[in-house]
Design a protein around this ligand. Structure first.
Ligand code: PAF
Length: 283
C-alpha cells in the first residue's frame, strides 16, 4: 500500500487516477483501527476501483479539555491492517501540513450540529466539517464511506456535501459491534475491565427502547425514562444525553410517528461512549 504525506502529491495522484477513469472510494479515519474501520475499508474496496484511507488525528475537533494528546495511535499497526484488507493508499498528513501557520478558514454546518454532541462538544462539528472538507480536496474521492455510529457526524457531512455542491456520494455504513454488543470504537481501549458491564447497557437500552415501541409505546418521555433507568441502574455510568430525534434534522421528537433516532452519549468512568439506533414502527 502506498503512503502519501503531502497534500499536493495526493492531489496529483488523484488527478491521474481520475484521468484514467478510476473511481476513488475514500474512508477518512483517525486511525487506531478496529474491525469497524476495516469494514468501512472493505466497503470502499467494493465501491471503488481505488480504495483510499486517511489517518489523521484532527486537533480542531477536540476541545482543550478533551483527549487529543492521549488519543490512541499506532501507525504501523494501522498500515498493516489496512494493507491486509486491500486498501490502495493511505493519506497520512502531519498536523502542520493540514493546518499550516496562518490557517483561518473553517466550515460550519449549523442546524443539524446543534443538538446531541453539538451541545456537549462545542468545537467538534466545526472541526470535523473543516477537516473532512480539506481531506476531500486532497483525495478528490467519488465516494466517501462513514460509520453510522457517529450518526450526527454522518448527517452533518451529508448536509455539507449537499450545501457546498460537492460531487461526492456519501455512504453510511451500519454500526459494527463486539460479540457482546458494544459498538466498536477506538476509545473502547480506555475502558477498564470492571467498566464493561456499564458500557454494555448502551446497546441493551437501545434494544429495550425498540421493544417498547414494538409494544405500542410512542411517548418520548416514557421511552427516555426507561432508557435512562437502564443506563444508570447498577451505577458506573453517567448519561451525557439520551434523546429521541428526527434522523434527518436531528431535532428532538416528542411523539414517535416514524423512524426515530435514539442517540446516546454516556460516560463510563473516564470514557465517553456514543451509540444509537433508529427505532422503527412495527410494520
Ligand atoms: O469519525 C472520525 O474518525 C473523524 O471524526 C473523522 C471523520 C475522520 C474526521 O476527523
Amino acid at each position: 500500500m502506498r503512503i502519501i504525506e503531502n497534500i499536493s502529491e495526493m492531489q496529483r495522484l488523484a488527478d491521474t487516477w481520475r484521468a484514467g477513469r478510476e473511481r476513488i472510494a475514500f474512508v477518512p479515519t483517525m486511525g487506531f483501527f478496529h474491525e469497524g474501520h476495516l469494514d468501512l475499508m472493505r466497503t470502499a474496496r467494493k465501491l471503488g476501483t481505488k480504495a483510499v484511507i486517511s489517518i489523521f488525528v484532527n486537533p480542531t475537533q477536540f476541545a482543550p479539555t478533551e483527549d487529543f494528546e492521549s488519543y490512541p495511535r499506532d501507525l504501523q499497526r494501522d498500515i498493516d491492517l489496512s494493507t491486509a484488507v486491500g486498501t490502495d493508499l493511505a493519506f497520512v498528513p502531519r498536523v502542520d501540513e493540514m493546518y499550516p501557520e496562518g490557517f483561518q478558514t473553517y466550515v460550519n454546518v449549523t442546524q443539524v450540529t446543534e443538538n446531541l454532541c453539538g451541545m456537549s462538544r462545542p468545537v467538534f462539528f466545526r472541526g470535523v466539517a473543516t477537516v473532512v472538507s480539506k481531506l476531500f480536496h486532497a483525495v478528490k474521492p467519488h465516494i466517501a464511506v462513514f460509520g453510522q455510529k457517529d450518526f450526527q457526524q454522518l448527517v452533518s457531512i451529508r448536509r455539507m456535501v449537499k450545501d457546498m455542491n460537492m460531487d461526492i456520494d456519501i455512504v453510511g455504513h451500519p454500526i459494527v459491534r463486539e460479540q457482546d454488543g458494544l459498538a466498536m470504537s477506538s476509545r473502547n481501549t480506555y475502558l477498564k475491565p470492571g467498566e464493561r458491564p456499564a458500557a454494555l447497557r448502551l446497546n441493551r437500552s437501545l434494544k429495550e427502547a425498540q421493544e417498547l415501541v414494538d409494544l405500542g409505546e410512542r411517548n418520548a418521555t416514557v421511552i427516555l425514562k426507561a432508557v435512562n433507568d437502564r443506563l444508570t441502574t447498577g451505577g458506573g455510568a453517567t448519561v451525557d444525553y439520551a434523546r429521541l430525534c428526527d434522523p434527518d434534522t436531528i431535532e428532538d421528537v416528542e411523539v414517535i410517528s416514524g423512524p426515530t433516532l435514539l442517540a446516546l452519549a454516556v460516560w463510563v468512568g473516564k470514557t465517553r461512549l456514543i451509540d444509537n439506533r433508529v427505532l422503527l414502527l412495527p410494520a
